[in-house]
Ligand binder design. Structure first.
Ligand code: CA2
Length: 146
C-alpha cells in the first residue's frame, strides 16, 4: 500500500491566487494540491491535503498524522511564527517533517524570521513559490526511500 504524506496548510492560504500575487503568486491552493498530488504519485506516494484557518484544527490534524502519515509537509502560514500548540503537536509526531513557505520569510518582516516549526523539520524550503511543495515531495520521497 502507498505511504501517505499529510500536507498541512495554515491560515489564509485558501486565498492563494486571489490576492497579493506579487508575494504569493497566482497559483491557487487547488492547483498546489493537484501539483503535489501528481508529484507524490510519481514517487509511489499518496497525499492527504488539508487547509485550516483554525489552530486547534491544525493540532488535531497533527495528531491524526501521528497515526496515519509516513511524513508531513507543512506550511502553517502565520502560525509558523506564533504557535507553541502546533509546535507541541508536531513534537509528538515521530515522522519526517518538511517545512515549506511560498515566500522567503527571511527577506520579509522580522516577525516572520522566527519559526517554531524549523527546529522540528528535516528540511525547510522557502521563497520558491508553489514549486517548493513539489521539491518538498521529492525530498520526502528520498528520505522515505532510505
Ligand atoms: O510564505 C508563506 O508561505 C507563508 O507561510 C504565508 C503566510 C505568512 O503569514 C507566512 O509568514 C509565510 C500567509 C499566507 C497568506 O496567504 C495569502 C494569500 C493570498 C492573499 C492573502 C494571504
Amino acid at each position: 500500500m502507498s505511504k501517505l504524506i499529510y500536507v498541512l496548510n495554515g491560515p489564509n492560504l485558501n486565498l492563494l491566487g486571489q490576492r497579493e500575487p506579487e508575494i504569493y503568486g497566482t497559483t491557487t491552493l487547488a492547483d498546489i494540491e493537484r501539483m503535489v498530488g501528481d508529484r507524490a504519485s510519481s514517487h509511489g506516494l499518496k497525499i492527504s491535503f488539508h487547509q485550516s484557518n483554525h489552530e486547534g484544527e491544525l493540532v488535531d490534524l497533527c495528531h491524526q498524522a501521528r497515526e496515519k502519515a509516513a511524513g508531513l509537509i507543512v506550511n502553517l502560514g502565520a502560525f509558523t511564527h506564533t504557535s507553541i500548540a502546533i509546535f507541541d503537536a508536531l513534537s509528538a509526531v515521530d515522522k519526517p517533517i518538511i517545512e515549506v513557505h511560498l515566500s522567503n520569510i527571511y527577506a520579509r518582516e522580522s516577525f516572520r524570521h522566527k519559526s517554531y516549526v524549523s527546529p522540528l523539520a528535516r528540511g525547510v524550503i522557502c521563497g520558491l513559490g508553489a514549486q517548493g511543495y513539489q521539491l518538498a515531495m521529492d525530498g520526502m520521497a528520498e528520505i522515505l526511500s532510505k
